[in-house]
Design a protein around this ligand. Structure first.
Ligand SMILES: [Zn+2]
Ligand SMILES: [Zn+2]
Length: 237
């Protein structure tokens, strides 16, 4: 198992891995309520204008069932497992909401033309990306941004900062020794950084955010700022 060898090499991540596994196990036990797929054509104009799906005025996605699922998940976990980390209850709530939204996120991905979005925020929920991923090989290598909330992935320009939209000349990256699959891209204008997974096939582990906490520490030591939304609030003091 890839996760086992990852934890072998990064034993300090074990408590987070255990928390995350605990949430996943509990999430597998709650009832998944039905999400109604919106009428995409009624949403098209807003999509083209850059309005995220969940804030659309034209089509409304009923979030109430997802909120019920979040409450059920929090209750199942109990307070003892939610308290250790600030931001944990938000993480748990989004885990349930993402589970509820999954059919919509999948259908949305099939419907939308990613070339018509290319924005720095999530087309589904509007959040800023938690991480990035580079897929494919040149020519035609693509950069995807990954939402830590609803788990949507969407295309963004290869270079360019998703936090301040500065030009590509001011982007730099830091390679991580011994970890060819991960790097830190940062912006010299706003000092924001984005952890980037270089590859495909290990999304569940390598885009999970907790699995690359050490990159947040490296970035912090370099004086970079985490502008990406973190559901864990790992921000070192
Ligand atoms: Zn999202
Ligand atoms: Zn920037």
């Amino acid at each position: 198992m890839i996760q086992d060898s990852w934890l072998e090499a990064h034993s300090y991540l074990r408590p987070l891995a255990e928390l995350s596994a605990q949430v996943d196990r509990a999430a597998a036990e709650i009832e998944v309520l039905n999400a109604r797929i919106p009428d995409w054509e009624a949403y098209r104009q807003e999509f083209l204008a850059g309005v995220p799906l969940l804030t659309s005025a034209g089509v409304s996605v009923d979030l109430e069932p997802g909120e019920h699922m979040a409450a059920a998940l929090l209750e199942r976990l109990g307070t003892s497992s939610v308290e250790p980390l600030p931001g944990m209850s938000r993480y748990v709530s989004w885990t349930a909401m993402a589970l509820y939204l999954r059919p919509i996120v999948t259908a949305f991905e099939a419907w939308r033309d990613d070339d018509k979005w290319l924005r720095r925020f999530c087309p589904t929920c509007g959040s800023l990306p938690a991480m990035a991923q580079l897929v494919g090989a040149d020519p035609g290598r693509k950069r995807l941004l990954s939402c830590g909330c609803c788990r949507t992935r969407w295309q963004f320009k290869r270079t360019g900062c998703p936090f301040c939209e500065s030009d590509s000349q001011r982007l730099a990256s830091v390679a991580i020794e011994g970890e060819p699959n991960l790097r830190i891209d940062h912006c010299e204008s706003c000092h924001g950084y984005l952890k980037t997974y270089l590859g495909q096939g290990q999304e569940t582990l390598l885009l999970s955010d907790w699995s690359s906490l050490h990159l947040d520490l490296i970035a912090h030591d370099r004086g970079l700022k985490r502008l990406a939304l973190s559901l864990y609030e790992f921000q070192p003091q």
